[in-house]
Design a protein around this ligand. Structure first.
Ligand code: CTP
Length: 432
């Protein structure tokens, strides 16, 4: 997607560099348009190096290519972060005295503003009226976060975290795309025979691995990269589903290339919260994330020191663990006797003295009660972080097992959705 990242002149301009990376590393083509004031905070070489494109803030550079009109016309998503009080005022008034404001007037795609300023400026009636004007014209204005501002003061006005801005902006773009598709083809939801077999289905996919905090610098984690979960989300989106990706600690290089709604979760408890929120309206939930079964009983607010009990004591600390909830089993229990949602679990097995990978997976399917269990053999050199995978698809309703692979994680994802589609069959969706 062609993304224009507008940066206006506030101290939070430096955070826009992280936002730029999030967009470009997830495959989007980013053009940065900073204001002259933004360049006082972060210089043009930074934006040019990170985006791989020349940057300008005025309308007099490369005039032969008419950038003040072209950049906005060609954009598929415009995100202004940070958006200062001044920039919001100019946009609300329709001023066009530099490249960014001209771009905002020519853009016909979704426009997202992420304001950042001091609390007094944010709460001023002039700024609030400008925000209301922009929203009434269809722009998406993200409410600023609360917290520490430039000086010692705190309050609403902080720029939200770049990952949250990226997720919200991509969700806005995805919603606009869906609305455009529905307007062009009102029957899209029933498009099953024409290559969008998941159209009309709301799908939640979890991906990555949870991290259980021990102290401010350490966590208990696992080796899941999230690639398989992201492939599942991308394939579902490409087949027309309305996808929410619940991303657990994903590296920027793994983030999806397709536009979709994304929410983030760090620990197993955060993931449990996110899943219970998202699953209530879902037709299909795929629990691909690797969830820690245990978390440290106590979180140390300060870093645990090597000499944790005294200078002469070189004994290692003992970390007591407590059990995390089993999110997948909880989903199955909450569903009760209802047909929806279809629930897909994953099984990471190494095999051991008590059974082979397949035997342990069949026992897990019986224990968890999900509709489909995707079992994969894992090990330090198998599956984790790799681009390929071999899985066994095990069905609760007695259909014969299927082995898929070794093949790409994308192909595995396609096979999983084929299997889910067979299971959804004539089931009603949440919309019916
Ligand atoms: N899972 C979950 N909540 C947990 C642990 C796992 O929802 N606390 C889900 C995973 O997302 C996956 C499935 O359960 O879909 C199986 O995860 P796995 O780690 O293979 O199995 P465990 O349930 O943790 O059992 P064990 O560690 O004994 O293999």
């Amino acid at each position: 997607m062609r993304v224009v990242l507008g940066v206006s002149g506030g101290i939070a301009a430096y955070k826009a560099a992280a936002l730029l990376r999030l967009f470009s590393e997830s495959g989007h083509d980013v053009t940065v348009v900073p204001t002259a004031a933004a360049l006082e905070f972060v210089g043009a070489p930074t934006w040019a190096a990170l985006s791989g494109k020349p940057v300008a803030s005025d309308v007099w550079t490369a005039v032969d290519r008419v950038p003040h009109v072209r950049i906005g016309q060609e954009a598929e998503l415009v995100v202004v972060a940070p958006a200062t009080a001044d920039l919001l005022a100019k946009a609300a008034c329709g001023l066009a005295d530099d490249l960014l404001t001209a771009t905002l007037l020519t853009a016909r795609c979704p426009v997202v503003f992420a304001p950042a300023m001091h609390t007094e400026m944010w709460l001023h009636p002039a700024t609030q009226a400008n925000v209301a004007t922009l929203r009434s014209r269809g722009a998406h204005v993200i409410d600023p976060a609360s917290g520490r501002l430039t000086g010692a003061d705190t309050g609403p006005g902080r720029l939200p975290e770049p990952a949250d801005i990226a997720a919200e902006a991509l969700a806005v773009a995805a919603a606009a795309q869906r609305a455009a598709t529905a307007a062009e083809a009102p029957g899209a939801a029933a498009e099953n025979a024409t290559g969008m077999p998941l159209a009309g289905l709301r799908v939640v996919v979890t991906a990555g691995g949870t991290r259980e905090p021990l102290d401010p610098v350490r966590f208990l984690g696992n080796r899941s990269s999230g690639k398989q979960g992201v492939a599942l989300a991308e394939v579902a989106a490409s087949r027309g589903a309305d996808v929410t990706l619940v991303a657990c600690n994903l590296d920027a290089s793994v983030l999806p290339r397709a536009a979709m709604r994304m929410v983030t979760a760090g620990s197993a408890l955060e993931l449990a919260d996110a899943v219970s929120r998202e699953a209530s309206s879902a037709d299909v939930v795929v629990m691909c994330a690797a969830v820690a079964d245990f978390r440290p009983k106590h979180y140390a607010a300060a870093k645990i020191k090597k000499t944790h009990r005294g200078v002469d004591d070189d004994a290692a600390p003992v970390v007591e663990l407590v059990r995390n909830p089993d999110i997948l089993a909880g989903l199955v229990a909450d569903r009760g006797t209802e047909a929806s949602p279809v629930i897909v679990g994953f099984a990471a097995e190494t095999g051991d003295a008590s059974g082979s990978v397949l035997e342990l997976s069949r026992a897990k399917l019986a224990r968890k009660g999900c509709d489909l269990l995707v079992a994969n053999e894992v090990g330090s050199d198998l599956t984790f972080g790799a681009d390929t995978n071999t899985v066994h698809l095990l069905f609760r309703d007695g259909r014969p097992d299927r082995t898929v692979g070794p093949t790409t994680k994308r192909r595995v994802a396609e096979a999983v959705w084929d299997a889910v589609l067979a299971l959804t069959g004539a089931r009603p969706t949440r919309k019916d």
